[in-house]
Design a protein around this ligand. Sequence first.
Ligand code: FAD
Length: 268
Amino acid sequence: MARELLTARLEKKVCISQVAQCYHFEFVVEGVESFPFASGQFISAVAEDPNGKQQTRAYSIASAARESRFDLCVNRVEGGFFSNHLADLTDLEPGATIQIHGPHGHFILQETVTDSILLATGTGIAPMRGFTQWLFPENGPDRSNGKDIWLIYGTRHETDVYYQDEFEALARRKPNFHYLPTLSRALPDWTGLRGYVQDHASKIVEERAARLGIPLPQPPVDPATPKADLNFDIYCYICGLNFMVSAARERLAGYGWHRKQIVFERYD
Ligand SMILES: Cc1cc2nc3c(=O)[nH]c(=O)nc-3n(C[C@H](O)[C@H](O)[C@H](O)COP(=O)(O)OP(=O)(O)OC[C@H]3O[C@@H](n4cnc5c(N)ncnc54)[C@H](O)[C@@H]3O)c2cc1C
């Protein structure tokens, strides 16, 4: 069945890392009053490649819903068609548009907000920005219920810490939001965290368990438990390339975490 295609007009484009060739985009969906979605969902972008073949790629929405607008965060993939098509769009003249359908996807927060670990690498930060904008709106009531929200963001170099200023400002504004960027190839003058996201997630899980007196590994959940009764007091949301997602899931499973406690989106 053909999906309804919407036209989204580019309003703003900012290069947020020259080195990684990563761009922040702001689009407005034309002809609608609102473009509703749950933070964490993605849109499918559609365009013809140079051979006239229709190509479709998924891109996580990097913002919370606001009227008919949505943001994307996309980096160029060498030799790739769609990422370069987007990165070559220009906002200098009004009118650049893309065709999209959606929103799609189940990478969304639990309905009742719990303590949450958000784990991302690279442009996997996109849905996390959507989550944090929804949890901690600048104009409007806080939706975090006072729960601890840890954002662990991993990348190689300091030049690729996307949206760092925004997340640092949020951490200053909200004491229950903990921003932990970590570099795997930091220069000697980097004073922040080093190493892989899953190692820092481990630290949080272990310290929290010790603080709350939770034994680790946690005892397994009775397999007969109905799905609707599977409620946990902490969830982890993971987004990025498969090797990181798999490593992080394995790490959490080692603590006895139930698979439903680990919500993930893989980009490859
Ligand atoms: C649910 C979902 C959400 C996504 N959200 C985002 C997002 O917010 N931002 C974003 O930049 N990308 C995102 N992606 C990835 C995106 O859909 C494309 O795969 C990516 O832009 C590359 O497309 P391309 O047409 O340029 O490359 P292609 O022509 O599809 O591929 C070219 C080559 O690059 C490899 N490749 C494909 N994807 C990647 C990648 N992500 N990193 C490194 N190598 C890759 C391929 O294996 C191939 O060898 C998402 C993917 C999914 C499934």
